[in-house]
Design a protein around this ligand. Structure first.
Ligand code: NAD
Length: 361
């Protein structure tokens, strides 16, 4: 075995159905925090009364103006709220957008975060922050933004609509595929990634079919934890960078963009990282990684074509402006410049992703 180093993220993970309701107050005591700023969306705020009730006066105030990709003015307002309340910690309840807003506050004010994720994005286990200003997203790594405690409660994901479950679940699978494809990934992280694919591929179809099936939700959330942890250590490669460029330039919805690109980038990885893609295929129980990922997307009814996401000229699902066929040239140029792919490779991936072409089996 080749030489490697591995630094596990320093966090406390609490996992279980009902854990948010049952354990959050004790987790606050454990950290010695008394004045929390709750960071969430109005929808989550309304759904989580039973989770918030046991925290009583520990919730000093709330910030609910969470936006995807953390626009800089939103981060500024959230910081103002935390300072104004003299908060001693941040409690984020929600998907990657709520966690990301808490991270933007923690980056400047150095407050600890307790994260309660309600999607499969995985941001709660990474030291990666992101901020958007003038249609360009900047990301960075800082130990200050890594949540100190993460409470995973599958009951909180029962309300996640089937289409978000599918797209967000494939965002998690993408963390795993990328971690395996990156050349420097250590064997412990690769083990997390492979296990993540296995668990997600089995849990997601059941969670999409019956959103209230808590065991399937628990499997998907555990897979999201494995995936996020693999991503935290391995970092971004071609796949995440393409999604980042397209998301920033064309205002595409984050999870759906990952879902669409994944099989097409895996097809590219079959050429550049064949051993890694064999591991992906074996975890999926299929012959080919790319075809297996495309089939999984079909089974969970996730979008497979860029033309179908964002509003764009085609009126597709998800938020954001969307991409038009005419944008493909510009997209291939940007991906070529910023991702380190040749222009023809970028074009091949994007053309197939725009149309949702099935990879060869
Ligand atoms: P999101 O947080 O924007 O949530 C998607 C939608 O689902 C929202 O409308 C939200 O209100 C809703 N929702 C969330 N949980 C729900 C629930 N349990 N029930 C019903 N509705 C629910 O989307 P996301 O995909 O979780 O996060 C995307 C953001 O996270 C992007 O900005 C992305 O860049 C970031 N991200 C960061 C990292 C990182 O390591 N820093 C990793 C992954 C994603």
């Amino acid at each position: 075995m080749r030489q490697f180093s591995y630094e596990p993220p320093r966090q406390r993970i609490v996992f279980g159905a009902g854990a948010a309701r049952r354990d959050l107050a004790a987790e606050c005591d454990r950290l010695g925090v008394r004045r929390l700023l709750l960071i969430t969306t109005p929808g989550e705020r309304a759904r989580r009364r039973d989770v918030l009730a046991p925290l009583g006066e520990r919730i000093a105030g709330e910030f609910t103006d969470v936006r995807e990709h953390v626009p800089a003015p939103v981060a500024e307002q959230a910081r103002g709220a935390a300072s104004g309340l003299a908060a001693d910690a941040l409690l984020s309840i929600g998907g990657g957008s709520a966690t990301g807003t808490a991270k933007a506050v923690a980056l400047e004010l150095k407050l600890p975060i307790i994260a309660v994720p309600t999607t499969y994005a995985g941001s709660e286990v990474t030291p990666v922050w992101g901020l958007t200003s003038q249609r360009r997203k900047t990301t960075g790594r800082s130990p200050d933004v890594l949540p100190r405690t993460v409470v995973y409660d599958p009951e909180l994901t029962v309300s996640l609509p089937a289409e978000v479950t599918a797209a967000s679940g494939l965002n998690a699978v993408a963390h795993c595929v990328e971690a395996l494809a990156l050349p420097g990934t250590d064997p412990i992280t690769a083990m997390f990634a492979e296990a993540g694919i296995r668990v997600l591929a089995s849990a997601l179809p059941a969670a999409v079919q019956d959103g209230a099936y808590v065991d399937a939700r628990a499997g998907a959330l555990y897979g999201a934890y494995l995936a996020g942890t693999a991503f935290a250590v391995a970092g971004s490669g071609v796949h995440h960078k393409i999604c980042h460029v397209l998301g920033g330039r064309f205002d595409l919805p984050h999870a759906q963009t990952h879902a669409v690109l994944l099989p097409q980038v895996a097809l590219h990885f079959e050429r550049t990282a064949p051993d890694a893609m064999e591991r992906v295929a074996s975890a999926l129980g299929t012959e080919s990684a790319a075809a297996g990922l495309y089939e999984l997307a079909g089974r969970i009814r996730a979008p497979v074509a860029l033309r179908d996401i964002g509003r764009g000229e085609n009126g597709g699902a998800g938020g954001g402006a969307g991409m038009a066929e005419l944008d493909l040239d510009e997209a291939a140029r940007l991906v070529g410049e910023r991702v380190g792919l040749s222009r023809p490779d970028a074009w091949l991936i994007l053309r197939a992703a725009f149309d949702g072409e099935p990879p060869p089996r």
